[in-house]
Design a protein around this ligand. Structure first.
Ligand code: SAH
Length: 220
């Protein structure tokens, strides 16, 4: 697996232009195969997304590396991930920022609990995990120096902008389900302005919303 992982880094990640040595080291360190369900393990290092259950997918290695590089984490930053999924991206962020600096939110309880198990088994128990709607961010832990969203909303959630630290970066796929999503990086400048740039077209699962509680007194 170590050899397959090395090939993944050189042939998929470095070959496509990822240069940040800290990101490359993180991709070499985290055992991606331990993050995918057993039937998918033989394909864990291939150049593709893989199913992780509940209709969700773990992103292709290159996309994980690209989002991590765009987040520009030097170590010690406070980092939020929306969409824990398998826990793989969270483990990469833990390598970059330190596990106790990483906060990750998953809306589906079954995935959140299996990711929790994986992260503990891999030595990243200090990562903060919770079940909830990541559209709302994690206000108690804000502000965040870097935020990664790994499911696509149709517009950038205002709560995430509000929770972005000055000089912080939000890396987020935006757009309707299908082929017209774009990976966007939004920085919060010291003067308060948000400056955004679009990087590449991407295809993420849609960001789901928690359904509001049912109206206790429906009209008669
Ligand atoms: N980062 C993950 C891949 C995630 S796939 C990994 O490395 O494996 C996207 C995930 O976002 C799915 O698990 C999905 O359930 C979750 N998700 C969708 N909408 C969400 C929301 N509003 N808040 C938190 N998680 C959400």
């Amino acid at each position: 697996m170590r050899q397959q992982r090395e090939q993944m880094v050189t042939q998929q990640v470095e070959a496509r232009g990822i240069r940040d040595p800290r990101v490359l080291a993180a991709m070499r360190a985290v055992p991606r195969h331990r993050c995918v369900p057993l039937p998918s393990r033989p394909r864990a290092y291939e150049d593709m997304p893989l199913p992780i259950g509940e209709g969700q997918t773990i992103s292709q290695p290159y996309i994980v590396a690209l989002m991590s590089e765009l987040a520009d984490i030097q170590g010690g930053e406070r980092v939020l991930e929306v969409g824990t999924g398998s826990g793989y991206q969270a483990a990469i962020l833990a390598e970059l920022a330190g596990p106790e600096r990483v906060y990750t939110i998953e809306i589906l309880p079954a995935l959140a609990s299996s990711a929790r198990g994986t992260l503990t088994a891999l030595g990243y128990a200090a990562i903060h995990t919770k079940v909830g709607d990541g559209y709302l961010g994690w206000p108690e832990a804000a502000p965040f120096d870097a935020m990664l969203v790994t499911a696509a909303p149709e517009h950038v959630p205002q709560p995430l902008l509000d929770q972005l630290a000055v000089n912080g970066r939000l890396v987020i796929p935006v757009g309707p389900e299908g082929l017209s999503q774009i990976l966007r990086v939004i920085e919060r400048r010291p003067d308060g302005r948000f400056v955004s740039r679009d990087v590449i077209p991407v295809a993420f699962v849609p960001l789901q919303r928690e359904r509001p509680p049912a109206d206790p007194s429906p009209p008669r």
